[in-house]
Design a protein around this ligand. Structure first.
Ligand code: HEM
Length: 410
């Protein structure tokens, strides 16, 4: 059956399979064929159009999943520590709670503050590349995801928060386990593992926070620990744990996937690899187009806390919205030849980091990391090539490479 002829149920059914998730883009077009906004069933709206997604993300009557939404959909959610932590964080709160939680850490992620970190990120990337050189010295393939793309974001956020370097690989594995809980109740075994990981992480945070109370340092952990101690009404214990967890998890797989896709496309298209090596100002537009073309976050959701409307479609209170950011990024009405990878397109900005009040806090950091990592990797190993085909992680919401073994050519 041609993709365009699929019903919404069939298209979503296919997205639920490993085969469909391998290449979801034709399925997005099948969904788009039903309209920019399409009712998937009573009270369930799917949004694939760029303008409609951008509006929905900015509409403050549409809320992110919070405690109220979980209470309505999954009354047993409070027995899951990972979900309790998420719902205590800025990512899963709305209105004044959200503004309060975001303002406590926002100062550390502004573009000027992030630019100051460039030298630190470069140094971290170079150290990881040194390590890769050792691992691949005898000609063995090196998995660029495990050894580089996934390590750099954890190292950077770890340094910003003030986590000991030796614990970074542990975080990475814990953060992966916890991230599964964002898939909600569709994967009970995954949710169980996410809870166990969250419990371990909460214990670890408690110990670290205690250390910072005794011996303050120049890091975000110290700032947050003192806000919680001095003004607990601005930051409760649960909120502190939830926000630390989100800061640790939100930026790690996502940035790893951004870097992984950047490597994959450069190795498939030699002129891009050459330009990344040789042209200092090519990395920024290249990263921007990777974000549009292969966004790490494919979908997010909202629920209507109040009646609203989107581009003329009435959205009654209680509606659940699926916002397919990856489809919006390929909306043919906003992007010419959207399936073609074309660095330097300019406006409009892809929706890969969302928009509106929940716009990704770490966007400047993720952009910096990728723009530092890709040229440095390609310059360090000029004969880099794929040793095996890249393998995608079998997940839909946050999508990217699980493994990508490379021959370093050294
Ligand atoms: C390429 C990498 C990244 C992508 C694609 C990405 C994507 C996103 C998206 C789409 C949202 C909005 C979700 C929504 O509105 O429903 C978001 C929010 C968020 N991101 Fe990122 N992110 C990335 C990297 C990072 C990094 C490095 C950090 C580290 C600090 C981070 C921290 C956050 C936080 C804290 C939020 C919640 C903001 C809020 O609710 O106000 N992200 N991210």
């Amino acid at each position: 059956m041609a993709e365009a002829a699929l019903s919404l149920t069939e298209a979503f059914g296919a997205l639920g399979t490993a085969q469909g998730r391998q290449d979801p883009y034709p399925l997005y077009e099948a969904i788009r064929a039903h309209g920019d906004l399409a009712w998937r069933g009573p009270g369930r709206l799917v949004v694939t159009g760029y303008d409609a997604c951008a509006r929905a993300l900015r509409d403050t009557r549409l809320h992110v999943q919070d405690r109220t939404a979980f209470d309505a959909a999954h009354p047993a959610w409070r027995s899951h520590s990972s979900l309790r932590a998420f719902t205590s964080s800025m990512l899963y709160s709305n209105g004044s709670d959200h503004a309060r939680l975001r303002s406590l850490v926002g100062f550390a992620f502004t573009p000027p503050r992030v630019r100051e970190l460039a030298a630190v990120v470069e140094d971290m990337a170079d150290r990881l590349l040194d390590r890769m050189a050792v691992l691949g010295a005898d000609g063995d393939p090196v998995d660029v995801v495990a050894e580089f793309a996934s390590r750099l974001p954890v190292a950077v956020i770890g340094a910003l928060l003030g986590f000991p370097e030796e614990d970074q690989v542990w975080f990475r594995d814990i953060a992966s386990a916890i991230a599964v809980s964002t898939d909600g109740f569709s994967d009970p075994a995954g949710l169980h593992r996410a809870d166990a990981a969250m419990d371990a992480l909460a214990g670890y945070f408690a110990e670290l926070l205690e250390r910072r109370r005794r011996a303050p340092a120049e890091d975000l952990l110290t700032v947050l620990a003192s806000v919680h101690r001095d003004e607990p009404e601005r930051l409760s214990h649960e909120e502190l744990t939830g926000n630390l967890m989100v800061l640790l998890t939100a930026g790690f797989e996502t940035t790893s996937f951004l870097i992984g896709h950047g490597v994959m496309i450069a190795l498939d298209h030699a002129p891009y690899a050459r330009r990344l090596r040789e042209e200092a100002d090519f990395a920024d537009p290249y990263v921007e187009e990777i974000l549009r073309y292969e966004p790490p976050v494919h979908v997010t959701s909202r629920w209507a806390a109040h009646d609203t409307e989107l581009l003329g479609t009435a959205v009654p209170r209680g509606t659940r919205l699926t916002l397919v950011l990856a489809a919006a990024n390929r909306d043919p009405r906003r992007f010419t030849a959207p399936d073609r990878f074309t660095p330097g397109r300019g406006a409009p900005q892809p929706l890969s980091f969302g928009a509106g009040p929940h716009y990704c806090l770490g966007a400047p950091l993720a952009r910096l990391e990728a723009a530092v990592a890709l040229p440095r990797l390609l310059r360090r190993f000029p004969r880099l090539s794929a040793a095996e085909r890249p393998v995608y992680r079998d997940r839909w919401v946050v999508r990217g490479l699980d493994t990508y073994p490379l021959a370093l050519g050294v």
